[in-house]
Ligand binder design. Structure first.
Ligand SMILES: Cc1ncc(COP(=O)(O)O)c(C=O)c1O
Length: 362
């Protein structure tokens, strides 16, 4: 079996050195040896997210942490800010947890702005806001820092949960300074690790709210998480392979430097955007809010996306064909995690060759 190189927005390509770093002998998860590993990972995450607070480790995908965030904190009500498929799903999850919540819908392709959140919170009906930093379905990056500044200033008792699933480890996040209450990411996107694990920074405010909450269940209860976090353990047996993987990627980030890594992602985004525009295509996101980790292209040239996908696959590349209600009308190029400038150049030149083969380009 030959696996195509992935240019989809998750899961992303995992390099062999990282895979090998994950293939370590198991250790008991109640041993000093394990706690040392968790401690190194947590310290690295604190440094990257610029927080002195807790960072919880979940051996499950981010969908679980959507549930954790709301079950630990929604008393009065949550407002789920929705501008795409994943933010909409968080609303579905909040409702499925039986919590009072409402969605505020913003057009797909637009960012969530401080004013949108302000208008919703002015009603006084909510004590929680949920927000997706980088809407992977549309490739829109919302201005979390500005939104958080507004919430902290005008609504000090409202908690702000941020899904950074497809931005963390590719875009700067300053958890304490911005005043976020949770910020989490599963690791199969810009972290460049296999799927199935989520890291989540949690504020003191959030812990205080959780302490007063009932009916949180067990698995996602932040109080239970914290009891074990204090010993640098997790309540249930963790995916130790993922901790080794995270330790390795955190060392890589240290060598590249977080600023250098963010810069690389920005450079890749510029390359992808310029390529799309050069071909007469359009960018789908509202101007000024384009994602840095992926590029969503509005297929105004009516390229035969399925045919391109099929030929790229025979050449060893996995293309994205768009997501949800804009599948086909758009397609996405992921340039995050382990994608280096040479990889993107290679993919775009293969893409051009396929367009020529199909007679789309001369
Ligand atoms: C923005 C965003 N949030 C959440 C998820 C769900 O993540 P997981 O599959 O790790 O549960 C995804 C998956 O693509 C996503 O892109």
């Amino acid at each position: 079996m030959i696996y195509p190189k992935l240019f989809i927005p998750g899961p992303t390509h995992v390099d062999d050195v990282t895979l090998q770093a994950m293939a370590q002998p198991q250790v008991g998860h109640r041993t000093a040896e394990y706690s040392e590993l968790q401690s190194a990972v947590v310290s690295g995450l604190q440094k990257l997210l610029v927080t002195e607070g807790r960072v919880f480790l979940f051996s499950n995908p981010a969908t679980g942490v959507w549930e954790a965030a709301v079950r630990n904190t929604v008393k009065k009500g949550a407002v789920n800010m929705v501008n795409g498929a994943f933010s909409a799903k968080w609303h579905t999850v909040t409702r499925a947890c039986g919590l009072p919540c409402e969605a505020v819908n913003v057009e797909w392709g637009s960012a969530i702005k401080p004013d949108d959140v302000d208008r919703a919170l002015a009603s006084g009906r909510y004590d929680v806001v949920t927000l997706v930093h980088n809407e992977t379905s549309t490739g829109v990056l919302s201005p979390v820092r500005k939104i958080a500044a507004m919430v902290r200033q005008k609504y000090p008792d409202v908690l702000l949960h941020v899904d950074a699933v497809s931005s963390m480890a590719g875009v700067e996040i300053r958890f304490d300074e911005w005043g976020l209450d949770t910020c989490f990411a599963s690791v199969q996107k810009a972290w460049g690790l296999p799927a199935g694990f989520t890291v989540c920074a949690v504020s003191e405010r959030c812990m205080e709210r959780s302490a007063a909450m009932e009916n949180k269940g067990y698995y996602f209860d932040f109080m239970v998480m914290d009891k074990f976090h204090q010993k640098m353990q997790t309540p249930a047996t963790p995916s130790i392979a993922h901790l080794h993987g995270l330790a390795k990627v955190l060392r890589d980030i240290d060598s590249e430097t977080p600023a250098g890594r963010n810069q690389r992602h920005m450079q890749l985004a510029k390359t992808a955007r310029a390529w799309a525009l050069k071909h007469g295509q359009q960018l789908f996101p509202e101007k000024g809010y384009e994602s840095v980790t992926m590029t969503t292209i509005r297929n105004v040239r009516d390229w035969p996306v399925q045919d391109i996908y099929d030929v790229l696959e025979t050449r060893g590349y996995r293309m994205d064909r768009g997501y949800g209600q804009i599948r086909g009308e758009t397609f996405r190029i992921a340039h995050m995690g382990n994608v280096m400038p040479d990889d993107l150049e290679e993919y775009l030149s293969q893409f051009d060759a396929v367009l020529k083969k199909l007679g789309v380009l001369q």
